[in-house]
Design a protein around this ligand. Structure first.
Ligand SMILES: [Zn+2]
Length: 189
């Protein structure tokens, strides 16, 4: 059975947010593995507004008043994110958000990065300050650079650093050579 068939059966052939029976499609609730548990069935109206926040029509979303009580975590997560989006301008949305209780693991999902970007540990310097791509840092102790045959001196400023997949390491140019530096020996400049 396809994911859509599973969702059609689960929802009784209705948009799981607003109840519409028109133009239904599967929306993966990120971060999603594509399974039915991590997806919801939505109509075109709901999908367009979810995918393009600039198209949000607050009046449409009073439907969340009902759908946020769904027993499906994927629906709860979507309702939570939409209410969060609406709450700054819509008092009723904030009221619903205040009433919405999510199980801890569902809450964690709701607050996880959207669009399937895996959560990554931030890269921090020796003081615990988060380093960003392109930052400048100062080296806080003399470091032997293996393979390059020189010492990166304490106090050297490394400009325009490049983050790596490993939060303990960054890349930067010292003496014109691109090297890997341990973030614990750096301080944001
Ligand atoms: Zn809908």
């Amino acid at each position: 059975m396809s994911v859509k068939d599973t969702l059609m059966a689960r929802s009784g052939g209705r948009c799981e947010l607003c109840g519409s029976e028109k133009e239904l499609s599967v929306l993966e609730v990120q971060p999603s593995d594509g399974s039915a548990e991590k997806s919801i069935l939505v109509c075109r109206v709901c999908r367009e507004q979810i995918e393009d926040p600039s198209e949000m029509d607050p009046n449409h979303w009073h439907c969340l008043n009902e759908s946020m009580w769904s027993t499906e975590p994927a629906v709860q997560v979507t309702a939570y994110r939409l209410l969060k989006r609406l709450a700054p301008t819509e008092g009723w949305a904030q009221d619903l958000l205040d009433m919405l209780y999510l199980e801890p693991e569902v809450q964690a999902w709701a607050e996880a990065e959207e669009q399937g970007v895996p959560e990554r540990e931030p890269t921090r310097d020796s003081n615990g300050t988060i380093l960003q791509e392109g930052d400048s840092v100062t080296i806080i102790k003399d470091l032997d650079v293996k393979g390059a045959g020189f010492t990166a001196k304490r106090g050297t400023v490394v400009k325009n650093i490049h983050l790596t997949d490993n939060p303990e390491q960054i890349e930067g140019r010292v003496n014109g050579v691109k090297i890997v530096l341990l973030s614990k020996f750096l301080k944001k400049a």
